[in-house]
Design a protein around this ligand. Structure first.
Ligand code: CUA
Length: 329
C-alpha cells in the first residue's frame, strides 16, 4: 500500500528534472513563508497581547526601509519563479531541429498516432530511447489535451491548428497517457500508454508493424487523387504555384506581406485557399474542407515537406516557432 503511494509520477524524460526543480522551488518558498508567517502570528499574538485594560500601543507612522524590504524581496522571489518557469517552458515547447516527428490526432474519444513511415496506432505511442521526438498535434472535433505525466508534458490539441511539444525519453518503460481536457462523456476513457523502447527494439517494432505506405506516399496519393497535382506542377507551369522547395520558406503574398510556409500555412491553404493568396496568382482553387481528414492533411503536409530540400524527411525545419506560438494557452 505505502509502496503504491507515489508523490511524483515516474520521471522518464530529460525535461522532467527541470519541471520538478521548479515545482520544488515554488513549493519550498511557499512552505517557508506559510510556516514562518503562521509562527509569527502565533508569537506576536502571545508576546504583544493586551495585558491591561488601559494599555494603548505606540502607533508606527511608516518606515521606508520596511516598505522597501517587503516590496523588493517578494518581487525578486516572484521574478525567480517566472524566469525558472519560462526557461522550462521554452525548453519543452521548442523542439531541436533534428527531432523525429510523430503526428497526433485527437478525437472523441481516442488518440490516433501516426509515424512518418506510415505506422499508425491508437491510444499507444511507441518511441525510441534517447532520441528527441517532436509531436505535431491537432484534433478532429473538440479540444483535448495530450498529457504524459512521466515526461512532465501537457498541451492542448485544438481544432483548426497545430500545436507541438517535444521530449527525449531517457528511461525504458510503459507510461500513462491521458486526455487532460474535459471533452465529453468518455473523457475519462481517453487514455493510453507511451512505450519507451531501446533504439533496436523500436526499429524492430517499426518494421514489424503492418503498414502499407509511408505518410509521404499516402500524401502523394492524396495529392494526385484530389487533383492538386493538376494545378501545382513541379515545373511551375500550372495554374497554381509550384510546391517544390516551398516548405520552410517565406512566401510572398498578394497583399504585399510574406508568410512562413509551415504546417499551419499549408493546412489553411488547403481548407481556405482564399485566405492567403500567393503573389501573382488568382483565387481559383476550391476549398477541400470536408474532403480531407485531419490525418490526410498531415500526410499531404508530409508530402509537401518532402518536396523541399531544406526540410529533410522527418526533420523539423523552420516550422517550430509559429506553430508553437499559436498554440499557447
Ligand atoms: Cu479528450 Cu478529454
Amino acid at each position: 500500500m505505502a509502496k503504491d503511494l507515489q508523490l511524483f509520477p515516474d520521471s522518464a524524460s530529460i525535461g522532467a528534472a527541470g519541471v520538478d526543480a521548479n515545482y520544488l522551488y515554488i513549493l519550498g518558498v511557499s512552505v517557508f513563508f506559510a510556516v514562518g508567517i503562521s509562527l509569527a502570528i502565533l508569537y506576536f499574538a502571545l508576546r504583544y497581547r493586551r495585558k491591561s485594560q488601559d494599555e494603548i500601543p505606540k502607533p508606527i507612522h511608516g518606515s521606508l526601509v520596511l516598505e522597501l524590504t517587503w516590496t523588493i524581496i517578494p518581487f525578486l522571489l516572484a521574478m525567480s519563479m517566472f524566469v525558472g518557469g519560462t526557461v522550462v517552458f521554452f525548453r519543452n515547447y521548442h523542439a531541436p531541429a533534428n527531432a523525429m516527428e510523430v503526428f497526433i490526432v485527437g478525437k472523441q474519444w481516442m488518440w490516433k498516432i501516426q509515424h512518418p513511415n506510415g505506422v499508425r496506432e491508437i491510444n499507444e505511442m511507441h518511441v525510441p530511447l534517447n532520441r528527441p521526438v517532436k509531436l505535431i498535434m491537432t484534433t478532429e472535433d473538440v479540444i483535448h489535451s495530450y498529457f504524459i505525466p512521466a515526461f512532465r508534458l501537457k498541451r492542448d490539441v485544438v481544432p483548426g491548428q497545430y500545436t507541438t511539444m517535444w521530449f527525449q525519453a531517457n528511461k525504458v518503460g510503459k507510461y500513462h497517457l491521458f486526455c487532460a481536457e474535459y471533452c465529453g462523456t468518455q473523457h475519462s476513457g481517453m487514455i493510453g500508454w507511451v512505450h519507451v523502447m531501446e533504439e533496436a527494439d523500436y526499429e524492430a517494432w517499426l518494421s514489424g508493424s503492418i503498414r502499407g505506405e509511408t505518410m509521404q506516399q499516402a500524401g502523394e496519393r492524396l495529392f494526385n487523387r484530389l487533383g492538386c497535382a493538376t494545378c501545382h506542377k513541379a515545373d511551375n507551369t500550372g495554374r497554381g504555384p509550384t510546391l517544390v522547395d516551398v516548405f520552410g520558406k517565406a512566401v510572398k503574398l498578394q497583399n504585399g506581406t510574406t508568410t512562413l510556409a509551415d504546417e499551419a500555412y499549408i493546412r489553411e491553404s488547403v481548407l481556405k485557399p482564399a485566405s492567403k493568396i500567393v503573389s501573382g496568382y488568382a483565387v481559383e482553387m476550391p476549398t477541400f474542407q470536408g474532403q480531407i481528414s485531419e490525418e490526410g492533411l498531415l500526410q499531404v503536409i508530409s508530402y509537401i515537406k518532402s518536396l523541399s530540400k531544406s526540410a529533410p524527411a522527418g526533420g523539423a525545419a523552420a516550422s517550430e516557432a509559429p506553430a508553437g506560438k499559436k498554440g499557447g494557452n
